[in-house]
Design a binder for this molecule. Structure first.
Ligand SMILES: [Zn+2]
Length: 197
């Protein structure tokens, strides 16, 4: 669905709110780019406003879909990451398969050295690949240490240098997930609308 307020020029594209920045210039075709939540469009003068709205919607939909496909860790992508991490161990654990599971609410991942199956919390599909990598490194390292001893952490950090950063990231995710409902609406909107500047 597309709604277009005349002044704010906000678009609603398949549930994603985008700010439209439209420039009319001497170009042959309509060009659209997505920068975060801003849709940058340049269009030739000859295209009517009506025609343009329809074309912008189509282009925006395509860009939103493409960006969604890019951020998500696919099954194949996760498997590549897991094998890459496994190869960094001096005695590489075997990775037969990576499965994203939804019945795992508390844990981020698990690994069975008997079956070679890595199970990952499905939420990791939507997180940066280096976070997924750290979870895999942690689970594979348990093949050698069943505890969280200093030797365990040393091993994890040696195969995944971003381990501590990823732990902090996941702590933040857990915190937000558990406190979301209690946050006052104003603070909540601050988090949703916040950019990285
Ligand atoms: Zn552990």
């Amino acid at each position: 669905m597309l709604t277009m307020a005349d002044q704010a020029r906000m678009l609603d594209v398949d549930g994603v709110a985008l700010e439209l920045r439209l420039v009319r210039k001497r170009v042959k075709n309509i060009n659209a780019r997505l920068r975060g939540k801003t849709l940058l469009v340049s269009a030739p003068h000859r295209v009517s406003a009506e025609e343009l709205d329809e074309m912008i919607l189509q282009l925006a939909r395509r860009l939103v879909r493409r960006s969604r496909a890019e951020v998500v860790n696919s099954d194949g992508g996760a498997e590549r990451i897991a094998r890459k991490v496994a190869a960094r161990f001096s005695d590489p654990p075997e990775v037969a398969e990576v499965r994203f599971v939804t019945n795992q609410t508390a844990r981020w991942g698990s690994y069975s050295s008997q079956t070679g199956v890595v199970r990952l919390n499905a939420a990791l599909r939507h997180m940066p690949p280096w976070v997924l990598e750290a979870v895999v490194a942690h689970e594979l390292a348990h093949t050698f240490y069943l505890n969280h001893s200093p030797a365990f952490w040393e091993l994890v950090r040696s195969v995944c240098p971003k381990t501590d950063r990823a732990r902090a990231f996941l702590e933040g995710v857990s915190w937000l997930a558990s406190s979301w409902d209690e946050l006052p609406p104003v603070e909540r909107s601050q988090l949703v609308g916040g950019n990285n500047s």
